[in-house]
Write a protein that binds this ligand. Sequence first.
Ligand SMILES: [Zn+2]
Length: 390
Amino acid sequence: MDNKFWDSESIRILRTLVETRSYTSEKNELVISKKLFKVLKDIGCEVEVNNIASNRANVIARVKGNGRGGNIVLNTHMDVVPSGNGWGNFDPNKLTIQGNRAYGRGTVDAKGPLTSMIMAIEYIILNNIKLNNDITLIAVADEEGASLGARLLPKIKANFAVVGEATNKTIAVSHRGSLRPIISVKGLAAHSATPSLGVNAIICMSKLIENLDKFNKNVLSVRKHKFSGSPTLIPTIINGGIKESMVPDYCEVVIDRRLIPGEDKDTAVKEINEVINETLPLTDPKCEMSIDRFLETTGDPSEISTKNLVLVPAKKAIEDVYGSVEFSGLDCNCDMSHFMSEGITTFVYGPGNFKMAHQPNEYIELNELINGMNVYKNIILNADRQYINS
Ligand SMILES: [Zn+2]
């Protein structure tokens, strides 16, 4: 197959994926899972669609090896964040090609990486390459939500897994995790004309937010991970008050706390409770303040050492395609932690620039789709020669 074939194949597959709606917020990956099933079936994979919840499904495709190797997992997600505003002349739900760029929601996160993974498998099938290892492509639902897809996978054994998220031509060996507590403040309602008879929950909350911000700047920003930066804590949603002429008796805030590898949820919760306890004496004695509940998140942080042997095939693959190897860490969550918690050593590589993810006018460069295909294909071939069993 010549370059022209792969150029048009990359656009054909990416177009099918981008033009099939799969916003996480709509909780419906059924249509895209059926489309993906057909794409994978047509190129010669064994494919199954696994329903995991109402209207939600994962797609698992396999290429069988000769039984003498193990299994290599390629994983990424089918769902995308909403298109949002600011797309100008581009329609986020259509794939628009302009020069070397393909625009549309999901082109970089993560329908582009998924396209490259599919093409790597197609390359192996078309060229009749006999592998020792099995290859398993796992396209999950809800990665941009609470990682329902990755949490509900069947038990899988693998030598290693590669997660397809844009990594700017590097190998990402770590990513941050997240924790989302909702803190509630209870005050006392009164007529707003006589505020001294009440306890204003919004004023109590403002003191807490100030202290949380200080904690973020003075404590969290000092902690550093080599690849995934510092942890962060910011308020992202606040609600309080029910009537313009009443002293608000209730206020709650959603906190987005990003954890770096090495941090754990229990300690993060303990630290937030310490800030609450330091704040309480600064408010009305009748004010109550506590973590009320938690919103679901994608999960924990995770990392592997850059010296881990499973990286050997990937390092060579990246070097052959891009000329040199660099390591990085993701600021955001990804499904790496879910494979790691199943005992599968995992790293992240995906074509494209991560800065374009979740942005208006999201795009991926067409030659990066081909680079991505070559990296995934080389990882599979290099690992096959090496018989790495972690
Ligand atoms: Zn993603």
